[in-house]
Design a protein around this ligand. Structure first.
Ligand SMILES: C[S@@+](CC[C@H](N)C(=O)[O-])C[C@H]1O[C@@H](n2cnc3c(N)ncnc32)[C@H](O)[C@@H]1O
Length: 197
């Protein structure tokens, strides 16, 4: 099955689906040809499969996809169901799943080793700041760092207000600008593309 049919036909729920962000992630991985790739936040595997398809088509690189799966207290999935999905599309060679907390897993990664990172763990300001505290030095110069959110609309979603979460757009300060070139693709839920300087 070709990658476009897989990404378009995936029978999963994902906020990324409406605006075809799977194709965007696929295209970025095809373009930059990263080798060591990590994803944090898998749920049913929409983004995982999209990235893994690109690695397979590149014939280069692999993805480690990290999630709490069954241990997450809100909307979650099972590691077995995502494993089955990867098998169904014959992507097991390109992607492996790890059940762990992002902030524990990131500390196991070698400094300066990452080429590509996708962060989608119900992002908010604090999670992004924490992630960068541990994760920034794990990224190589030129590393692509994608994260869910970054638009004003995404900062206004109901649960962010209800749980008093800090706005993601607060992270775009002078320090961030010194560390990354970046732009936000605005369609909801929005996706911010960063490249480590
Ligand atoms: C919005 S979903 C990910 C959606 C997915 N990327 C997609 O393409 O549809 C958020 C995921 O982050 C995971 N998550 C939240 N906090 C986490 C943490 N601290 N460590 C690991 N995973 C976490 C949840 O289990 C959930 O599956």
């Amino acid at each position: 099955m070709d990658s476009f049919s897989i990404i378009e036909g995936m029978d999963v729920e994902s906020s990324y689906k409406n605006n075809n962000f799977g194709f965007m992630m696929y295209s970025l991985v095809r373009l930059y040809k990263p080798e060591k790739c990590y994803e944090f936040g898998v749920l049913d595997g929409y983004s995982t499969v999209s990235i893994a398809c690109a690695l397979r088509d590149n014939k280069l690189g692999n993805l480690t996809a990290v999630d709490l799966f069954e241990e997450y207290q809100y909307k979650n999935s099972t590691i077995d169901s995502v494993e089955q999905r990867l098998k169904k599309y014959n992507l097991q060679q390109c992607a492996s799943l790890v059940k762990n907390d992002v902030f524990s897993e990131i500390q196991n990664i070698e400094v300066g080793s990452l080429d590509f990172v996708h962060l989608d763990i119900s992002n908010d300001e604090e999670k992004l700041k924490n992630f960068l505290f541990y994760g920034y030095n794990k990224m190589k110069k030129g590393c692509i760092f994608l994260f869910e959110g970054g638009s004003k609309e995404r900062d206004e979603v109901e649960w962010m207000k209800k749980f008093n979460k800090g706005k993601i757009t607060n992270i775009f300060d002078q320090e961030f600008k010194l560390k990354f070139d970046f732009l936000t693709f605005e369609p909801f839920p929005s996706l911010t593309f960063c490249r480590k300087k």
